[in-house]
Design a protein around this ligand. Structure first.
Ligand code: 0RQ
Length: 503
């Protein structure tokens, strides 16, 4: 199984996952590849988890610090969290076992903007990286690394880490070779220069990662699929939200005189963004582009339908079926997709220059348009801010989408005040639910409140929101953004105590 390793020197480092995991020590910081369930190492983390369980059984401490690109898969975060082997994790997690550990206070989790991970790692305050464990899809004869289905922070991890363990996964399509654009021009201030990317399809870097072969302590061969949760087919709520967005985009394109190709789209993960992609296939836009962080199922459909000309991202985020489909049809897709490091795919300079249309999910929004994307009832993390902040602050348009209620109606997604803020009102231009769409651009807090309550809130919660807001307008300390301090978070408090926000 050495056909993917064309370099003699690195072929000599091939060993088993168990042997490679034995090279990792307690307390080390590990830079893992992986972004939204693609391109993460699969064999070494599982072998490491087994080793950690063995050490724990003998009463020995063994925990590591994990830095990744974004979420990974059950073989990595799931296995290591189950073994109680993760002491600290950054920057985005969607694994349920790791989430439970974080929310039980048993694992430290630093949730940060995805574009900032690599620059902040270089700034040094996060500490040093001992080992990088990176999945790749092959090694060239010259010893260059062919990236896998995600790029994430791999370039940085390969440069920063003292030692490198490579997983060469032959399940990944060989057609990935040629799809990447690895930019090596980033530097820290005062040496930073403009990033020379003007259009989403510009290529500014190289196809492969550079690597110092002397740092590579192990090469492990795998043949294992990326694992991602399947998307549920769009339900009536997702379709209504998508319909509201599509009407708005058509209106906005006419109003602002945007081209037929619109502006580059960014779409978050989840069923609703996927439904929007499905809707865009039928919209009157042509030759669209995406400058985004993940390529989901819906984007491949748009490319096949001819509505999307190309997509730039840092990773695939495909359901298992779609990932198999991609592998079978990679020859068709390869010249229409570009995968870049996440500090480039999400770079504020580029998002602002290109004028991305950002569409992201939310947990809850308040009547003034602050958005909570991460913490249920203000304290329980769901996933993390991911790239939503990179795009929401810098896009031409910043749209947030959500069903108007959660947990069967026990929770209103529109509340008097969010219990945690990820996106301040200045970064939230449009809020969309299945009830309607609130275009908040240019509006004062009080104008925003009227619109959000009437257009976005569920009818079951609208009277209570109106009542709260009317009383706030009368007795708030200030009248610019009226608030009842002793009541603003009472909806959350009621849910925690009684299981419903209904009074
Ligand atoms: O919980 O799974 O226990 O049922 O949150 O909610 O409705 O399935 O929505 O999958 O679109 O995720 C904001 C989490 C939405 C996502 C968020 C509960 C709900 C359910 C998931 P269950 P849904 P989605 C690109 C951009 C931040 C990162 C980002 C996200 C679970 O979009 O992580 O945008 N965004 N990245 O029941 C209590 C509420 C709730 C609630 C939902 N108000 N109160 N629970 N839930 N609303 C991608 C990357 O950056 C990598």
């Amino acid at each position: 199984m050495t056909t993917r390793i064309a370099n003699q020197k690195l072929r000599e480092r091939v060993m088993s996952a168990e042997e490679a995991a034995a090279l990792i020590s307690n307390g080390q910081t590990i830079g893992m590849s992986g972004f939204t369930g693609s391109g993460y190492p699969k064999a070494v983390p599982q072998a490491l988890a087994k080793r950690i369980e063995g050490e724990h059984a003998q009463g020995n401490p063994f925990r590591v610090k994990i830095w990744s690109g974004a979420s990974t898969g059950p073989e990595l975060d799931g296995a290591l969290a189950r073994a109680d082997g993760i002491e600290f994790r950054l920057p985005y997690n969607s694994d349920p076992i790791a989430r439970a550990k974080i929310n039980a206070g048993e694992m430290e989790y630093f949730d940060m903007h995805l574009s900032q991970v690599a620059p902040m790692a270089w700034q040094g305050f996060l500490g040093k990286m001992d080992v990088a464990v990176v999945e790749i899809s092959g090694i060239t004869a010259e010893g260059k690394l062919i990236p896998s289905a995600s790029v994430g922070n791999n370039k940085t991890w390969l440069e920063m880490a003292d030692k490198v363990i490579l997983e060469v996964n032959s399940w990944q399509s060989e057609y990935l070779n040629g799809m990447h654009d690895i930019y090596y021009g980033t530097a820290l201030p005062p040496n930073r220069v403009p990033i020379p990317l003007i259009r989403p399809d510009d290529r500014i870097g190289q196809l492969h990662f550079d690597i110092d072969p002397d740092k590579v302590i192990a090469v492990v061969e795998t043949d294992a699929p990326d694992r991602n949760a399947p998307f549920s087919p769009p339900d009536a709520v997702a379709e209504a939200i998508a319909g509201n967005i599509l009407d708005f985009l058509e209106w906005e394109a006419r109003r602002a005189g945007l081209p037929k190709s619109l502006l580059p789209i960014q779409s978050g993960v989840g069923n609703v963004p996927n439904a929007v992609m499905a809707g865009l296939i039928k919209a009157p836009f042509e030759q669209m582009t995406a400058f985004t962080e993940v390529i989901q199922d819906g984007m491949l459909d748009m490319i096949e339908a001819g509505t999307l000309r190309m997509a730039s991202a840092t990773a695939f985020s495909l359901s298992s079926d779609k990932a198999e489909y991609f592998n079978a049809n990679a020859a068709f897709f390869r010249d229409k997709l570009i995968l870049r490091p996440q500090e480039i795919s999400n770079h504020p300079e580029l998002v602002r220059r290109l004028g991305c249309i950002a569409m992201n999910g939310l947990i809850e929004a308040d009547i003034f348009g602050s958005v909570n994307s991460t913490k249920i009832m203000g304290s329980k993390v769901q996933n993390g801010i991911g790239g939503s902040g990179d795009f929401a602050r810098n896009g031409y348009l910043s749209i947030f989408v959500t069903p108007s209620v959660a947990k069967g109606g026990a929770i209103s997604a529109i509340v008097p005040k969010v219990a945690h803020v990820d996106h301040i009102p200045q970064d939230v231009q449009v809020i969309v639910t299945e009830q309607g769409l609130a275009d908040l651009r240019g509006l004062s807090p009080r104008q925003r409140a009227d619109l959000i309550i009437e257009k976005c809130a569920h009818p079951d919660y609208r009277p209570a929101l109106r009542d709260y807001y009317q009383r706030a307008q009368q007795s708030s300390y200030g009248k610019h953004a009226p608030v009842l301090l002793d009541e603003a978070l009472s909806w959350h408090d009621r849910f925690v105590k009684t299981g419903t926000m209904h009074g």
